[in-house]
Ligand binder design. Sequence first.
Ligand code: BEZ
Ligand code: FE
Length: 294
Amino acid sequence: MHAYFTEEGSVEAVNARMGQNVSPRLATVMASLVKHLHAFAKEVELTQAEWDYGIDFLTRTGQICSGERQEFILLSDTLGLSMLVDAINNRRPTGATENTVFGPFHVEDAPIREHGATISLDGKGESCLFEGRVTDLDGQPIEGATVDVWSDNADGFYDVQQPGIQPKWNNRGRFVTGPDGRYSFVGIKPVSYPIPDDGPVGQMLGHLGRHPYRPAHMHYLVTAPGFQKIVTHTFVGEDPYLESDTVFGVKQTLVAPFEHISGATEWRSPFDFVMVPDATEDHRLADSIEHAAS
Ligand code: BEZ
Ligand code: FE
């Protein structure tokens, strides 16, 4: 058989060009990508005009990206790919806290605050006490866990979306657990908001009859030595967008109680984080035991 390109033999024509010394994982991923891309074009009988539009869409997606704007992540999120990759890479035992999308609005090195401190610095919104424990799968408290939290303000914007309007570090902070594994802070009861929809991804959602909203949520990044990091949110139960989150981030176990309380703080949202030992730590331990024995 000759190596010229044909419609029927398109996948083999491309994948046969793979060199001898390609990394095995790269070869697997790229051969499969070519196989599925070609199958997609064949299944829908992709027209030239449609593919020209596709190239233009991807070009515009790249062009709007900047230090502050990552349109490709929004594309991955709104197509459900971010959640799928996250699910594949974070299969956890029952009882462990589930992951969800990281999103583009985390900022590293947020201020470390005292337990019970207020993260909402702009005085807007309904104040809410967030509190709970960080434990292992047996319910034992994890000391020294860092609970990094961030949320939008009452107007539905993160501080980084409104520099000069919101105070720096508004609705952000890090809390380190003591021997009892407890964390607590006062934020606001989060509100739902649209993801940035003034670019190609927003246009795509419009063409598909989809809204750009995320249900109200508080973001968490929980880390502790020897445990898998948890990238997650807690969601407000009665939110109208709970079942149509534009990035598919909602999981039943992440819908948290929000109880109305009396006093200066209007709401209380208790939530415990359950961490899984880090497999790489296990390997390191196993390696060191093996080393010590030999
Ligand atoms: C967020 O929740 O911050 C978010 C997640 C995905 C895309 C846009 C925003
Ligand atoms: Fe968010």
